[in-house]
Design a protein around this ligand. Structure first.
Ligand code: GLN
Length: 538
């Protein structure tokens, strides 16, 4: 069987969960034994979201090969277990850059460069690539960011229109829309969906399958209405109702035959419905998680999407420990010496979040101090780990002016310092220490126990600053251990205080590699410590 292509577009409004639907389709096809890959095309002009503020774009997710990408790639990895690369995430900026670089090289000498065909050809080339995860997949799932009708998504739609024509039955278009419920009229409305499909048709694309996001159950008459107004078979109109967990979405889609509809459209025998045993086992655990564990997330962005992978990693780890993790966002900017106990004392655990820049730094240091002195399980991630180090230097080593050279370049005790290879860097985009690096784990440490005795692990990074090795001996002598180091560069990747319950900071981001079926061992171990320390029967 040659490679088949599934295109996913969205209409009516954004934030409908196109990424979750794309990831669910991937998972359902995997369960039928197919090899899949999923890629995201984002219509904005930035080369990657690495320089975007989380308020603009939510979390920046990092691939193993060190590319800063959209957070939907996190859903793809968590749902399907695939490992994405820089080729799975493409923006308008990258498309234009490739075309403009070619133009400067002289590849098009004599020709006028235009959106059609030059930009659309480059989009098509990338949409058709089949080697994105190393081996040829049976299905390439392509999600296009944004909403139908956006000016900047037009070239992507034109590329899909052309590909549909070129690929015939080897391509399927899935369109995700929203059916609002009008409370005053007590009615669900399909009109926005009809308009959205008309807009798509106006661009020459007839959707094969429509997924309706809805807060209330749609009866068959509603689905029939959508089918007949939009020229789609009734069995190809699927509803995605609000569910208690995003991880219920794939089985709900399977129940309604979304994967079967895709296969039928392409002309592949549907066969038996797979049991999805491992996934169902996970859902059973989730449904029966009885305990509640309260974890503080100390960060500066009070926004669900800003720490998406951390929240999901905590939830997933909790489920494996039979616990619902209740995450309490604590604004680092609002933390003071007077209110820190009030905000953190009831917590079973504290996570100190990654980040950049000065805002909220004193609060993160206070949280690290509170967790250390009260012996509350505490997990510092990237900037969070750096704050643990600074706090320890200030209050245990006695360097009251200890700092990171990110916050105070002239600090006399820069226990966190700019990495050597970063000193000559002037460009901001894509130049941090990015992607997976090896880390040797110190035998006998808490970290080693958390990793189940693994001697070497690979974890993903995104930072410019690092632990200053000049202070290493002093830290170790006073009780903060370097529990993980990079074998090639001797960079300190993990610190811990072994005399405390659970006090570990990682320079890397373990949250990027937690998946539904394989939660990250550090998160599992952290949640175990939280449950032991402060669980409450629900
Ligand atoms: N700002 C810090 C650095 O660049 C930490 C980055 C992060 O938390 N991802 O080193």
């Amino acid at each position: 069987m040659g490679t088949k292509y599934i295109f996913i577009t969205g209409g009516v409004v954004s934030s409908l969960g196109k990424g979750i639907i794309s990831a669910s389709i991937g998972l359902l096809l995997q369960a039928r034994g197919y090899r899949i890959t999923i890629q995201k095309f984002d219509p904005y002009i930035n080369i990657d979201p690495g320089t975007l503020n989380p308020y603009e774009h939510g979390e920046c997710y990092v691939t193993e090969d060190g590319f800063e990408t959209d957070l939907d790639l996190g859903h793809y990895e968590r749902f399907t277990g695939i490992r994405t690369t820089r080729d799975n995430s493409v923006t308008t900026g990258r498309i234009y850059k490739t075309v403009i670089d070619r133009e400067r090289r002289g590849d098009y000498l004599g020709k006028t460069i235009q959106v059609v065909p030059h930009i659309t050809d480059e989009i098509k080339r990338r949409m058709l690539r089949t080697d994105v995860t190393g081996e040829t997949p049976d299905f390439v799932i392509t999600e296009v960011g944004g909403t139908i009708g956006d000016i900047e998504s037009a070239p992507f739609m034109e590329a899909i229109r052309q590909l549909r024509w070129q690929l015939g039955r080897d391509a399927v278009c899935v369109h995700l829309t929203y059916v609002p419920y009008l409370k005053a009229a007590e009615e669900l409305k399909t009109k926005p969906t009809q308009h959205s499909v008309k807009e798509l048709q106006g661009m020459g694309i007839q959707p094969d399958i429509i997924v309706l996001r809805t807060e209330r159950h749609l009866d068959d008459a509603m689905r029939m209405k959508v089918a007949s107004f939009c020229n789609v078979d009734l069995e190809c109109v699927v509803q995605s109702e609000d569910l208690p967990s995003i991880y219920e979405v794939p089985v709900n889609m399977q129940r309604q035959g979304l994967d079967a509809a895709i296969l039928r459209k392409i002309g592949i025998p549907v066969g038996e419905t797979p049991a999805m045993k491992p996934w169902q086992d996970f859902l059973e655990k989730q449904r029966h998680a009885r305990r509640e564990v309260h974890v503080a997330l100390v960060g500066k962005y009070d926004l669900q999407d800003a720490y998406k992978s951390i929240r999901e990693s905590l939830n997933l780890a909790g489920i494996y420990e039979g616990a619902k993790v209740k995450v309490h966002f604590v604004s680092s900017q609002a933390l003071t010496r007077d209110n820190v106990a009030g905000k953190l004392s009831g917590m079973a655990g504290i996570v100190i979040c990654p980040g950049f820049g000065q805002r909220g730094i004193p609060g993160k240091i206070l949280a690290a101090e509170y967790a250390r002195t009260q012996d509350i399980p505490c997990f510092g991630i990237c900037l969070g780990m750096q704050m643990m180090v600074i706090e320890f230097a200030r209050h245990v080593l006695g360097y009251a002016d200890a700092d990171s050279s990110e916050m105070r370049p002239d600090s006399p005790h820069n226990v966190i310092d700019l990495m050597e290879e970063q000193k000559s860097i002037t460009q901001m985009g894509g130049t941090m220490r990015l992607g997976a690096y090896a880390c040797t784990i110190r035998p006998g440490s808490h970290t080693s126990a958390a990793y189940g005795g693994q001697e070497e692990v690979r974890e993903r990074h995104r930072h410019r600053y690092e632990f200053n090795n000049a202070y290493r001996e002093e830290f170790e002598a006073k009780g903060m251990l370097c529990a993980g180091t990079n074998p090639d560069a001797a960079l300190v990747e993990i610190v811990e205080i072994p005399t405390l319950r659970w006090y570990i900071g990682t320079q890397f981001h373990p949250e990027y590699s937690s998946t539904v079926l394989h939660p990250h061992p550090l998160f599992v171990s952290f949640i175990q410590a939280c449950v032991e320390y402060g669980d409450v029967e629900a």
